[in-house]
Design a protein around this ligand. Structure first.
Ligand code: FEO
Length: 170
């Protein structure tokens, strides 16, 4: 049995991960409209990964006989006025999600819920990778984004990203 507080935070995270997917789809939408199909591809795949994250929380709750409540997914409200705005919003969002994962981890630790802590270990590592990726995108954009050829190359690089299913299987 999951402790009530831990179960509630895990349930919230289902919604938060679906919101992340929606936010990244909005980023993809922004870049599609800009004609930068590589950036659009990168964020579309990111949206897919976030749906995977949501389903991992969903399945973990079910595997532990906890009830799942699906709530409304909020509209992405970030104001996106430039390419860099999008990239920075991505990093800011991942740092926020890292905080959410840490909060669930802390609650699981307090409840001596070692199973949930082990489940969350994968997400702790994943958040580290997501922050590195978001930071890298910003660095590359700062270096090359103001040059049309540089932006073209960066767009091509991001266009080669392919989807990989999560390594965590429940
Ligand atoms: Fe599900 Fe980008 O963290």
């Amino acid at each position: 049995m999951l402790q009530e507080k831990v179960a509630a935070l895990l349930n919230d995270q289902v919604n938060k991960e679906f919101y992340s997917a929606y936010l990244y789809l909005e980023f993809s939408n922004y870049f599609e409209a800009r004609g930068l199909d590589g950036f659009a591809n990168w964020y579309k795949i990111q949206a897919q990964e976030e749906r995977d994250h949501a389903m991992l929380f969903y399945q973990y709750l079910h595997n532990n006989n906890a009830k799942v409540t699906l709530e409304a997914i909020a509209k992405p409200e970030k104001k996106l006025d430039s390419d860099m705005d999008v990239l920075k919003a991505g990093l800011e969002h991942e740092m926020y999600v890292t905080g959410l994962i840490n909060d669930i981890y802390a609650a699981a630790h307090e409840a001596k819920d070692f199973r949930t802590m082990q489940f969350l270990d994968w997400f702790v590592k994943e958040q580290g990778e997501e922050e590195v990726n978001a930071n890298d995108m910003i660095s590359k954009m700062e270096l090359f984004g103001s040059d049309p050829k540089g932006l073209y190359m960066l767009n091509s690089e991001l266009g080669s990203r392919t989807y990989n299913a999560p390594s965590l299987v429940l």
